[in-house]
Design a protein around this ligand. Structure first.
Ligand code: UDP
Length: 330
């Protein structure tokens, strides 16, 4: 395969580090990361050391906006993975009012870079664009998120959806080649509880013997998907995805309620923790909002791209647990 210059925005985030790890392993690839480290929880030096300081990896610590302005001197890119974004049900709260603007602006900058360099874009969007689908079942053919209740979470979802729509429409009238990924509840090693994500929170609580904070009645439904399966899916969308098409990347077999997830974490970590039902607004303030139930129809990715999610829920919990334990030993 010929050499590929690849731009990864948000390459130092949770998904980005795993994607980068996969991409740098191919010496034909040259990866350039753009990340302002605003929501990344990694120790950059340690991560680069872990990768072996590969020669085919360079990076700019700056915003997408800044990178776009100085790109004249950058090489032509063949592929762009656009991951840079604020993230997490708690992480987004402090950006209220600017989230949609930021997402749409950054995505437009990425589109401009792609138009200038001829790169194909994979835009990593979110399963939040579904307003819960049909009792949580979300197909790419379903209606999207718009609901009367205006929340910070809605701003994130609508911003992501607007970015998707802009890219797809632009590809209809300009020489732009783009596919969209909608990941469902990504989890696994290197995910931090910082953005509010449930699995690292539950595991950290279980390992400390602290109460597991299940929000409200815990009957919310999610489908957790291992970060390695997500990365495989994202790469397949880049290499095999159709221009202007959207792909759910989420493992429907891992559909589980949050209360069951809490019980499973307690069992697999052999923890003495109890479950404590709490109101998340008491923890994070009135802006915190629950999402509707969601689990994917993944048929399009499975049949059209040959995506085969391999990791079950127990492996996701155990892999995450190993990582969190190793961090505690640091
Ligand atoms: N959740 C919970 N306790 C926590 C953190 C999250 O019960 O300490 C719930 C949350 O309300 C949601 C689910 O777990 O129903 C998944 O939350 P996460 O933030 O990981 O993802 P999202 O809500 O964005 O799907």
């Amino acid at each position: 395969m010929s050499a590929q210059n690849i731009l990864v925005t948000g390459g130092f985030g949770f998904i980005g580090t795993h994607l980068t790890e996969r991409l740098v392993a191919d010496p034909n690839n040259h990866i350039h990361i753009v990340d302002n480290l605003s929501t990344s929880s990694i120790d950059l030096e340690a991560y680069l050391g872990f990768l072996g300081k590969p020669k085919n990896l360079t990076y700019s610590i700056c915003s997408v906006e800044h990178f776009h302005r100085k790109i004249a001197s950058e090489p032509d890119f063949h592929q762009i993975y656009h991951l840079a974004s604020v993230v997490g049900p708690v992480g987004v709260l402090s950006h209220a009012g600017k989230i949609a603007l930021q997402i749409v602006n950054d995505t437009d900058r990425v589109a401009q870079i792609a138009l200038r360099t001829g790169a194909r874009i994979v835009d990593v969007s979110t399963s939040e664009v579904y307003g819960g689908g049909r009792d949580g079942y979300c197909s790419e053919r379903d209606f999207k998120v718009i609901q009367p209740n205006i929340t910070v979470r809605l701003e994130y979802a609508v911003g992501k959806l607007a970015a998707e729509i802009s890219l797809i429409n632009m590809a209809r009238i300009k020489p732009l080649n783009v596919s969209i990924v909608r990941p469902f509840n990504v989890a696994g090693p290197r995910q931090s509880g910082q953005g509010g994500f449930v699995l690292p929170r539950f595991i950290t609580q279980a390992l400390a013997g602290e109460p597991i904070t299940v929000y409200n009645d815990g009957r919310m439904i999610r489908a957790f998907t291992h970060i390695r399966d997500i990365v495989e899916g994202i790469i397949l969308v880049m290499t095999r995805g159709a221009n202007g098409e959207v792909y759910n990347i989420g493992n429907p077999s891992n559909k589980i309620s949050i209360i069951e997830l809490a019980e499973r974490v307690i069992r697999l970590t052999r923890s003495n923790s109890n479950i404590s039902h709490v109101d998340p607004k008491m923890l994070f303030g009135p802006l915190f909002e629950e999402a509707n139930d969601k689990y994917p129809d993944a048929d399009r990715a499975i049949h059209d791209l040959g995506w085969h999610p391999a990791y079950g829920i127990d492996e996701i919990i155990l892999d995450s647990c190993e990582y969190i334990k190793s961090k505690r030993r640091d």
